[in-house]
Structures are given as C-alpha cells and as structure tokens.
Design a protein. Structure first.
Length: 180
C-alpha cells in the first residue's frame, strides 16, 4: 500500500492482516482505533527496549537529551509514523481520551526509563521536558522550523532536569497558587 495514513482504507486491511473485515471491525471499530493500536504497540515495544545507557551520559539531563535526540533522529527518518503519533495524540474526540492518555503515559515512561534514576524534583519537570520536545517536533513536522531548532529545544528543555529542588519547589508553589 502506498500513500500513507490518508490512503489507508479499512476495506484494505483484512488482506494485509489476513483476517475478515468483520473480525477487523470487531476489534477496531474505526481506522483511528486501528491506528491507535499500531502506535501503542510501537511505543510498548520501544518501552521494552529502553534502558538508561552510559553512552547517553552520566546525568539524567544528558541521558534524557540523548534519548530525545535519538527519538528526533527517528522522527526524521520515519516522518509518516511520527506525524501519525502526534496526530493521534492531538485528537480532540472524547471517544479517544483513554487511548490518548495511554499514549501520553507511554511517552513519559519511555523518557523516564531512558533518563534513569530521577529525583522527586526531576520527576516533576520531566513532563515539561517532554512537552517542549513534543511541541518542537510537531512544529518541525509542520515544516515551520529547522531540525537544528528541535535539537536546540531538546538540549535547552533537558537543562530543566538540573534545576535545584528549591527552584522547582518554588515554581510548583507559584503554579499551584495561580501566580503568573
């Protein structure tokens, strides 16, 4: 099959999966359900293969940056899959809320595992690091920025993992209090 995700039709999938169309629809009521399953399987496989590596660096910041840089290199090699992951993650249909949340948790778990042991304060900023990467990667996929800008965003966001516990705690208190 050619043409990517847009050309994918549920009627073509039974032949590729070697099942009947009714069996396919029993498990996947729509193309989006099927695509979520494919992406979830990809991320679960990535999670199984992820581990902190001394090649990535000695600190959590270095290991997180190394992992995200490798992830972006993958995005560059396979932009169709990367675009699919980000598109599914952004679907606003409430019917896909559980699947979107599952993909989000998998992304966090992969980064957490790649970064290695994290302090309580590093755990608190890990989501911010992942959001910065996600935004930069999506902007690149949309053709609005250069790859060097994404790599810069990765390095800069990962520096948050080096913030002192006092700074993170103060930012948390300000955020919880609704302060600007």
């Amino acid at each position: 099959m050619t043409g990517g995700e847009d050309a994918l039709q549920m009627s073509e999938m039974p032949e590729l999966a070697e099942v009947s169309l009714s069996t396919l629809y029993r498990y996947f009521p729509s193309k989006e359900h099927l695509l979520f399953a494919v992406v979830r399987q990809h991320l679960e496989s990535a999670l199984d293969k992820t581990h902190p590596s001394s090649r990535g660096g000695a600190t959590a910041r270095e290991r997180a940056a190394s992992h995200l840089l490798r992830a972006f290199a993958f995005d560059q090699r396979v932009p169709t899959l990367s675009g699919l992951v980000w598109r599914l993650s952004a679907l606003s249909d409430p019917a896909f809320r559980t699947e979107r949340e599952r993909l989000g948790r998998l992304h966090v778990e992969i980064l957490r595992k790649a970064a290695g042991p994290l302090s309580e304060y590093q755990e608190q900023v890990l989501g911010v690091v992942l959001e910065a990467y996600s935004g930069a990667a999506q902007t690149w996929l949309a053709g609005l920025t250069r790859p060097g800008e994404v790599r810069f965003a990765i390095h800069t966001a990962c520096r948050l993992l080096d913030l002192s516990p006092d700074v993170v705690a103060a930012d948390r208190r300000a955020a919880d209090a609704g302060k600007p």
